[in-house]
Ligand binder design. Structure first.
Ligand SMILES: C[S@@+](CC[C@H](N)C(=O)[O-])C[C@H]1O[C@@H](n2cnc3c(N)ncnc32)[C@H](O)[C@@H]1O
Length: 197
């Protein structure tokens, strides 16, 4: 299983032309580009990364693909998502993707941390449409990664009433990445409509 590809396949049905999406960890921009292609010129993708070098790489990638116009790239922490997203888009986001850890071939000391990840997840969840999709890809194999992965699992367990979750991991390897595919449930009771006979 290639987890990054799987995360995109899970997200795809939730996206259409005009959707709003968030890549909370742009890195090299593979997810940002994927989201931008799905939402088209009428949509909007917010792309966030704490490293300005990553954001510049992503900008070049999107420019080359012709998808930069529908993207807003921000250098900063996803723990500040609330300040980055237009207020009118809160509650209207179709997909948020988190790919945790460090940038492959990059500076391994710049890595996602439980506290900021959890703050980002809280804010991302608020931003999602009811029925929207959140993917989290975590890496227990690097130092601090197992603790972060456990924090994500605990965060999901706290929200079981509000989301539907699926978890994927190679059962033969406890160090393998963990992918969570999460759908935000609509709040409140389901109303049954009586139909006139
Ligand atoms: C595994 S990489 C993401 C790969 C990316 N999805 C791609 O398609 O190439 C993780 C990224 O998270 C970024 N990051 C670390 N802490 C962050 C934070 N608090 N907020 C936003 N991005 C962060 C790192 O700079 C790194 O680029």
């Amino acid at each position: 299983m290639h987890f990054t590809v799987e995360a995109q396949s899970f997200a795809k049905p939730y996206l259409t032309a005009g959707s709003i999406a968030v890549d909370a960890t742009c890195g090299n921009g593979f997810d940002t580009l994927f989201l931008a292609e799905q939402v088209g010129r009428s949509g909007l993708v917010y792309g966030v990364d704490i490293q300005s070098r990553a954001i510049e790489t992503v900008r070049a990638k999107l420019l080359e693909a012709g998808t930069l116009p529908q993207c807003r790239l921000v250098v900063g922490s996803h723990s500040q998502l609330n300040a980055m997203i237009e207020p009118e888009h809160v509650g209207g986001v179709s997909v948020v993707m988190f790919n945790l850890g460090y940038l492959p071939l990059g500076d391994k000391s710049i890595v996602t941390k439980p506290e900021t990840t959890l703050a980002g997840l809280d804010q991302a969840f608020e931003m999602l449409l009811p029925g929207g999709f959140l993917s989290v890809l975590a890496y227990p194999g690097h130092p601090g990664g197992r603790e972060e992965s456990q924090c994500v699992a605990d965060w999901i367990a706290k929200h079981t009433d509000e989301l539907q979750s699926q978890r994927f991991q190679d059962p033969r390897n406890s160090n393998s990445p963990v992918l969570w595919a999460l759908t935000k449930l609509a709040k409140g009771p389901i109303r049954l409509h009586a139909s006139a006979e």
